[in-house]
Every structure is written in structure tokens, then in C-alpha cells.
Design a binder for this molecule. Structure first.
Ligand code: MCN
Length: 761
């Protein structure tokens, strides 16, 4: 009878795949005006003059503004901070200096979007170019150009972490292995670029924003802070949002400018990003260079770790920009026992787009480091990459486990996930095939990687469950999906708790007006935290329903059992009552027991103080063409563990999607800036995201290790495969090329790069 655990198709899909979704760009309001930005063509320059006269006179133009016209606005709040952080104030329109290409210098509001864009082109700006810095390591060198001259340094933070006896571990080591890794800068590239529609209602003094956001409540809080506007008069609505992957997490300056201008003009205003604007201004990710060394015993135990991670922060910070450096550091231990470690993380400003969370949000950086080190450790000890991992795993009985940086893992059975991969891959046969292939001179490689992933992060989520007068159920989640399928999975949880058919439950979301306060959807947190809030709210409603049903059936609540559609006196099927009668009773109010309040709803803020740690393993099988350097990813086997499954079909979808993005990072994608700070990958002609025919034969499976930290036993699943794919594929390619003496190759693994390695040019 249960819905939870069943691979149901998403109930939201028929609407979305038949073009009946409602995205920001689909919403029209009377008097709608359009906003466009003039953006800096320079990576770093002084703005000496801006002439807007021609733009003001252009057809359809309602208003042209520069920084001084925006009034006094407060700085963007930060959700994550590090000690000693040097902040760069983010001008919402550039003042006297631009610090990255694409920084908005002026804004135009016009009757149509094309009139606004045409008029923006008529704005004349005089720039005095300043020396840019585009590379974070160059930015740390003495005498390097300063990305933000007023700051006096490019270094935003230097954050040391240490635990255990690191020197002692290295002194005992039989081998020391080292890696230096480039984590290619990526764009999130959601199908729908960013956009905003802002409306100010002077009569009610209320400001409403329809926003392409993952986090309506965080955006509202930040916007209220920036504008100095009362939060309770500010409404943020996330309508259908066409993917986010982390990059639609923070509040952006275009959204602030739209809100300011809607207020100034008294007309609703919309801005929709073009793809190039999106690639220029939306947060990008990874963008790190890491060096690490591991102390390895003769038996292959990794007993110590040292690392230095340099993160490119771009020209300025957004609310969530420091999350990736922080979570990279918590993920460098993977599923391994290592107890001695020290890490220095350094953040550097460069004249480029801001960086921040994108699928994995720093986790893929940590996972890649430890998994490349593990393969190096296997090489020097002569152990099989699978065997060395087994020897280092935290055992299934050793939970909760605490890493040297003080982070607690809740539960795991890492060997079981890896064993399942080996079984699905038929590892022994694969290795035999490889030996035969090598004997024929072919370059075939097998790569393995494992990972842990902190999920259900940031402590709490909210939900409301209401049984209506009709007995049908309305749920409101604070969490705000943008592709994850909350309407389906949350309905599964609620329907089971109340014993109602799935189609009697409607899940609403994405509007600060009707939803309880919330954090939002990122960090693979919604199923565990948002789902638990709704589970507990459903439980409360069920128990009240039971008491009311008992009154109606003239029985004691303890004698009632939940059946499909309502309650029944145990063993007496004819004494059954449906939720429709209970709902009617609760809302009519007459005859209620004196201790009961009318209504049949509950609001729960579910709290989980520590993350749940998902985990998994992946194996890649590749062949490399000697003549062309082309990599063919023939197979990938992914086994993930996200605790109890709510909907296995959606979980598989998450794994496949995350894998595609991991594959993109490994084989294709790289946001490139020239030394002059110009973006070289400003369209999808230059920025290569994977397509369907880039996907290999993908085998997806699961193990189940429940989280003890929430009532559903659920861990998140949104990011794991984006973490495991890069190291597994790179390990496979290095394995393929190892007969040629190749020990490492940086992502993306383009054919040219591989060809040069093969042919040593
Ligand atoms: N799920 C489940 N059982 C579990 C865990 C999850 O059935 N044990 C289901 C959930 O109910 C939900 C989905 O899997 O439908 C993802 O749940 P969860 O792991 O809790 O992640 P969130 O809902 O918090 O979503 C965030 C996550 C992240 S961090 C990124 S990035 C990402 C991702 O989701 N961005 C996405 N998946 C995405 N999918 C789409 N289509 N678009 C994005 O932008």
C-alpha cells in the first residue's frame, strides 16, 4: 500500500513537458516594462565618463540609470564567512571601476526588451584600462596586478585546518605520494538562464519579485537587507524554475536593480538574461588548484595528509561564495580512516565572474584530491586500486566517525557499495580483458573512485500539512524545487502518513507569501529535511484526525487503525470513517471535543543538527585512440547510497543527471579566460556541455544505509555522481596511459591533450 519506495513517475512532468510550465519569462503583467544592462567589455578598468543622452532619447526608453541613480543600498549579506575575510563591496551598478567583463555599468528600462537592449548599446562609456589578473596563482605572486586595487591584496582569506599528528604520520610513512590538480572552472548552464520580474504596489507598499531562484526565503531576506525594505512586505515567488544546480542560489545584482527600478518607476519590470550574459555573470565553480601529499605505509594505509588549496573567487563575493572552499575541506578524507591532516585553503580575487556553489559545491574538489591520491598510493605500493581503498575504509561499525577536522559522519557501509560496483562491472573479467587489450597494444583503462557527501546540510526545513474540509490534502513546503520533483516525492511521504491516495495530495511551494520560513533547495537537503518536516506534520495531523475520528465513531483513539482513506475500528470494517468526514468535522467546528481546536493542519520546523553522509562508488572503463587521443568512455557503473529511498526512479534520475555534469567536467567543459581577463567561452559554441551521445553505457544501482539523524532515514542524492565521475574517469584514463609512463592528466581530458601525452609533443 505504501507509496514511499516506489519508482513512480513525476506528477509534475505532464505539465512541464507539454510546454505548460510557467517560468519567469512567461509571466505578463499590465504595464510590464523591460530592463537591459550595458556591461563592461573590460576585465579591469576605471570608468572615467558615462554618456547616456542618446540612450535616453531612444524609442521606447523609460529610464536610464547609472550607479548614482540607485540611491543608497546596503551591502549584500553573506551566508558563509571565514575568519579574517577581506571583502570586496559589490557595486550593483559599477561606480568608478569595473573589475570583470560583464559587470553592469548602466541599466535601461524600455517598453520592450529589444528597445531596452538597443538603447543600452547607445550608452557611451570611457574606460581607462587597468592591468587585470585572471589566474589565481599568478594573483598570489608578489607584484601581481590587483583585481581590486583598493583592497591592497588579491588574497581574500587564508584558512588553516589541522588535526592529529601530521609530522609524526609523515615521519612513519614508507611512501609519500603527491598530486597537483587543476579543477577546471565550470558554468552551471541551467536550461533556463537567470531572470527576474519585479512589481511594486504603491497602494499596499508591497514589493513582489518573481525570481529564477532556488531559495525564495534567502533571496527575500537578502533583498530586504540590501534595500532596507521591510521583509514582511516583500514577497518572492519562484515559479517554475528551469534548473539551478546551485547557481541560482544567491541574490544577484540584476535582481536588486530590477527591484529598485520597479519601485522608482511604479511599473513592473522584467529582465531575462541572454545565454552570454549568463556565462559572463552567473556564478561559476570549481576554479581551484590543489596540491596534496599523502603519507602511506608499506601496507597501503594512508595515515597522513597535507594540502594547499587555492580557490579562485572571481572579482567579488556573493552570499554563498565561500561554501565551496569550506565543503572542499570537509570532503578530503572521503570514506577513509585518515586521522592526521593539515590543510591550508586560500581564496584569491581575480578579474572574472564570481564563483560559488554548483552541483557538489566544493565536494567534488575534495573528492577528486583524495581519489587521485589513493590511485597514486596504489601505484607506489603496487596494490590494486580496489584493494587499497578497502584497506583504508572506515568500517561499518565505526560510526559515528569523526574526521581530524572534527566533522562527524553518521553512518556508512563503504565496502558494500564498492563490492556492488565490482559485481556489476565483473571487475576480474574486466582486468583480464584489459591485459589482453594491452598485449594487443590497445590503450584500455579501468578507474575506480569512491566518495562521501554531506547532505541534509544547514540544519532545518519547514512544512505545512492541511487536511481540507473535503478530506483532500494541501501541503506547503518551504523548500523550493527547480527540477528535483518535490511535488511527487513529498506527496508520497504525506500520502503514506495519512493513508490517502497520492492524487489526494497537492504540494505547493516557491512563494514566501503562503509558505513557512525556509532555507531552500541546495546541498541535497530537501528530501531529508523538507521531507522530514512534512512527515512529522503529517504525523501530527494524523493523530489529531485519529482523535476526531474516535469521537465520530464513538470509539477510543487507541482502538483505531489507519486504513486507506481514513480510520477503522480495529477488526470492525463496517466502523470506518474517511478523511472527508473528519475534515468536515474539524472545519465545521461544532461538536468538537472541548480540548480540540478547529482545523486539521500542522506546521513543523524539522531540525537536524548534523549532516547525513551519503556515499558511493563508481567505476569507469575507457579506451583511448592512439591516433587521435580521443577517449571513449565505454561503461560507467555507479552505486550510490542515499539511505532509505523515497522514489528510486527519481533517485536514478538524480544520479544520471549528476553523472552527466561530472562527465562534462571531466571530458568537455572549461570556462576559459584569456590573460587579459576576457571570457573566451561566452557561448555554447565554445563552452561544451555534454549531449546525449556523450553518455556511456551507464549502470546505476543502490545500497541502503539509513541515516539515524532523521525519521525517514533519508540521505540526499543530488550531488554524489557529480563528485565520483571525475576521479573515476581520470583514474581510468591514467590507467589506460600508464604503460606510456603517464601519471596524471588535468581535466578536461580533451583529445588534443591526450594526443600530446601519447606523442610526447
Ligand atoms: N530523493 C529520494 N530519496 C532519497 C533522497 C532523495 O527519493 N533518499 C529524491 C528527492 O525526493 C528529490 C531528489 O531525489 O526528488 C533530490 O533530493 P535531494 O538529494 O534531497 O536534493 P534536493 O532536493 O535538496 O535538491 C538539490 C540537489 C542539488 S544540490 C543540485 S545542485 C541539483 C539536484 O538537486 N540541481 C538540480 N538535482 C537537480 N535536478 C534538476 N532537475 N535540476 C537541478 O537544478
Amino acid at each position: 500500500m505504501n507509496y514511499v519506495g516506489r519508482p513512480l513517475k513525476r506528477t509534475e512532468d505532464p505539465r512541464l513537458i507539454t510546454g505548460r510550465g510557467q517560468y519567469v519569462e512567461d509571466i505578463t503583467l499590465p504595464g510590464l516594462a523591460h530592463l537591459a544592462f550595458l556591461r563592461s567589455p573590460h576585465a579591469h578598468a576605471r570608468v572615467s565618463a558615462i554618456r547616456t543622452d542618446a540612450a535616453r532619447m531612444a524609442p521606447g526608453v523609460l529610464r536610464v540609470v547609472t550607479a548614482k541613480d540607485l540611491g543608497s543600498l546596503r551591502p549584500l549579506p553573506f551566508m558563509a564567512m571565514l575568519p579574517g575575510l577581506k571583502q570586496v563591496p559589490c557595486a550593483y551598478l559599477a561606480g568608478s571601476v569595473v573589475n570583470a567583463t560583464g559587470v553592469p555599468v548602466a541599466a535601461v528600462v524600455a517598453e520592450s526588451a529589444s528597445q531596452a537592449r538597443d538603447a543600452a548599446d547607445l550608452i557611451a562609456v570611457e574606460y581607462e584600462p587597468l592591468p587585470p589578473v585572471a589566474d589565481p596563482e599568478r594573483g598570489l605572486e608578489p607584484g601581481a596586478p590587483l583585481a581590486n586595487s583598493d583592497l591592497g591584496t588579491n588574497q581574500a582569506f587564508s584558512w588553516p585546518l589541522k588535526g592529529g599528528d601530521v609530522d609524526g604520520a609523515f615521519a612513519k610513512a614508507a611512501h609519500v605520494v603527491k598530486v597537483r590538480l587543476d579543477h577546471n572552472r565550470l558554468a552551471g548552464a541551467p536550461m533556463e538562464p537567470r531572470g527576474v520580474l519585479a512589481r511594486y504596489d504603491a497602494a499596499s507598499e508591497e514589493l513582489t519579485l518573481w525570481l529564477t531562484t532556488q531559495n525564495p526565503f534567502l533571496s527575500r531576506a537578502d533583498l530586504a537587507a540590501v534595500l532596507g525594505f521591510p521583509e514582511h512586505r516583500l514577497r518572492v515567488i519562484a515559479p517554475d524554475v528551469g534548473g539551478g544546480f546551485g547557481v541560482k542560489g544567491p541574490l544577484y545584482r540584476e535582481e536588486i536593480v530590477a527591484a529598485v527600478l520597479a519601485r522608482q518607476l511604479g511599473r513592473p519590470i522584467r529582465w531575462m538574461s541572454t545565454r552570454t550574459e549568463d556565462l559572463l555573470t552567473t556564478i561559476q565553480a570549481r576554479a581551484a588548484v590543489t596540491e596534496a601529499e599523502g603519507a602511506v605505509t608499506a601496507d597501503g594505509e594512508l595515515i597522513g595528509l597535507r594540502g594547499k588549496f587555492v580557490f579562485d573567487l572571481g572579482a567579488h563575493l556573493l552570499s554563498l561564495s565561500l561554501v565551496p572552499p569550506m565543503s572542499a575541506s570537509t570532503h578530503i578524507f572521503g570514506p577513509y580512516r585518515i586521522q592526521n591532516a593539515e590543510l591550508l585553503s586560500v581564496g584569491v580575487y581575480t578579474n572574472s565572474a564570481p564563483t560559488g556553489p554548483y552541483r557538489g559545491s566544493g565536494r567534488p574538489v575534495g573528492v577528486y584530491v583524495i581519489e587521485r591520491l589513493m590511485d597514486e598510493a596504489a601505484r607506489v605500493t603496487g596494490l590494486d586500486p580496489v584493494e587499497i581503498r578497502r584497506r583504508n575504509f572506515i568500517g561499518p561499525d565505526a560510526f559515528p566517525h569523526r574526521t581530524p577536522f572534527g566533522v562527524a559522519y553518521d553512518s556508512g557501509n563503504y565496502a558494500r557499495a564498492l563490492d556492488r560496483v565490482l559485481e556489476l562491472a565483473d571487475y576480474a573479467t574486466l582486468r583480464r580483458e584489459q591485459a589482453t587489450a594491452r598485449a594487443r597494444g590497445e590503450l584500455m583503462g579501468i578507474g575506480v573512485a569512491t566518495y562521501v557527501e554531506s547532505t541534509n546540510v544547514l540544519g532545518w526545513e519547514s512544512g505545512v500539512v492541511r487536511v481540507e474540509r473535503s478530506g483532500k490534502v494541501t501541503a506547503v513546503t518551504g523548500s523550493s524545487p527547480h527540477g528535483q520533483g518535490h511535488e511527487t516525492t513529498f506527496a508520497q511521504i504525506i500520502a503514506d502518513h495519512l493513508g490517502v491516495p497520492l492524487d489526494h495530495v497537492v504540494v505547493r511551494h516557491g512563494d514566501t507569501l503562503g509558505a513557512p520560513q525556509s532555507i531552500g533547495t541546495f546541498g541535497s537537503r530537501s528530501a531529508g529535511l523538507g521531507g522530514s518536516a512534512l512527515a512529522q506534520a503529517s504525523g501530527e495531523v494524523r493523530e489529531k484526525g485519529r482523535r476526531l475520528a474516535a469521537r465520530l465513531l464513538e470509539a477510543s483513539p487507541e482502538d483505531l487503525q489507519l486504513v486507506r482513506g481514513g480510520f477503522q475500528v480495529k477488526g470492525v470494517p463496517e466502523k470506518t470513517i474517511g478523511w472527508d468526514r473528519i475534515g468536515e468535522f474539524a472545519h465545521r467546528g461544532m461538536g468538537l471535543p472541548p480540548q480540540e481546536t478547529p482545523g486539521l493542519e500542522a506546521t513543523v520546523f524539522f531540525r537536524q543538527d548534523h549532516p547525513s553522509w551519503s556515499f558511493g562508488a563508481g567505476m569507469a572503463v575507457v579506451r583511448v585512440a592512439r591516433d587521435t587521443g580521443q577517449i571513449s568512455l565505454e561503461r560507467f557503473i555507479a552505486v550510490d547510497d542515499c539511505g532509505n529511498a523515497i522514489n528510486p526512479l527519481l533517485i536514478d534520475g538524480q544520479i544520471v543527471g549528476g553523472f552527466a555534469q561530472g562527465l562534462g567536467q571531466t571530458l568537455l567543459e572549461r570556462i576559459a579566460y584569456g590573460e587579459d581577463g576576457q571570457l573566451l567561452t561566452g557561448t555554447f559554441m565554445e563552452y561544451a556541455i555534454p549531449r546525449a551521445d556523450d553518455m556511456p553505457e551507464l549502470t546505476v544501482d543502490r545500497t541502503v544505509t539509513p541515516s539515524p539523524l532523521n525519521p525517514l532515514g533519508v540521505k540526499g542524492v543530488g550531488e554524489g555522481s557529480a563528485c565520483v565521475a571525475p576521479p573515476a574517469i581520470v583514474n581510468a584514463v591514467v590507467d589506460a596511459l600508464s604503460p606510456l609512463g603517464v601519471r596524471h592528466v588535468d581535466m578536461p581530458l580533451t583529445a588534443e591533450k591526450i594526443w600530446r601525452l601519447i606523442h610526447r609533443t
